[in-house]
Design a protein around this ligand. Structure first.
Ligand code: ADP
Ligand code: AMP
Length: 203
């Protein structure tokens, strides 16, 4: 089963995907996470990728699509968190059968306040929120014990640009999948959002 999770920045795509991976063994495929790993390695490609991420722009599709297809190979149960983010990307995976497309529907106003409190573990895998999803021990990841950090691109001016990109490039993807899209009210608590997703997936 291949599921796509769509939604504006901060709508909870990573949070829902992480839970599906933990509870049901989905492979959580997040291009954002893979790209940040490449940036950390400081390779030539990593430095190129960083230029886009730090401006809140989409990394060119050829970088992302190739990487994504390699990761997808042979996997049967996948949740795609953050791909496709443009029509070009949706078309680049048209040969792949997508089972469900879930749209995390939430207003920009509501998610803006989530950014200041967002934290991720130093490995870049697990996400938290200081107020809404705090770790058991402050500042430390429950899963791998690494320190929690803020994402470099969670600055107000970059967030603004990421929203612009979402409206211009990513929203058309909803239309592309319109027959498959199922909406979730993502303005609710993390538990309520996850319950809605599970219901849609009949899990
Ligand atoms: P995305 O992957 O869509 O950018 P995240 O899953 O990283 O979004 O969530 C953004 C921030 O909001 C994180 O700090 C996360 O812990 C928190 N969060 C996720 N879902 C909810 C929710 N339903 N209510 C409040 N905060 C949430
Ligand atoms: P995310 O972790 O999903 O919030 O993504 C963080 C950043 O990674 C985005 O602002 C983009 O710069 C880049 N990125 C993530 N997914 C994609 C994608 N599908 N296509 C292009 N760039 C992406």
């Amino acid at each position: 089963m291949i599921i796509i999770i769509i939604g504006p920045p901060g709508s909870g795509k990573g949070t829902v995907s992480e839970r599906l991976a933990k509870e049901f063994g989905f492979f959580h495929l997040s291009p954002g996470e893979l790209l940040r790993e490449e940036v950390k390695k400081a390779t030539i490609i990593g430095k190129e990728i960083q230029r886009y991420i730090e401006k809140g722009q989409l990394v060119p599709t050829h970088f992302v699509a190739e990487m994504l297809k390699l990761e997808l190979k042979g996997k049967k149960k996948v949740v795609l968190d953050g791909f496709p983010r443009s029509l070009e990307q949706a078309e680049s995976i048209q040969e792949i059968k997508i089972d469900r497309v879930i749209n995390l529907d939430v207003s920009e106003k509501q998610v803006i306040e989530r950014f200041a409190g967002r934290r991720i573990c130093s490995k870049g895998t697990h996400g938290y929120h200081l107020q809404y999803l705090p770790p058991k021990k402050p500042g430390v990841c429950d899963e791998d014990g690494t320190l929690l950090v803020q994402r470099q691109d969670d600055k107000p001016e970059v967030i603004k640009q990421r929203f612009n990109v979402y409206h211009q490039e990513s929203r058309p993807v909803l239309k592309y999948y319109q027959k498959k899209v199922q909406n979730v009210d993502a303005g609710k608590s993390p538990d309520e959002v996850y319950e809605q997703v599970k219901k849609i997936l009949r899990l």
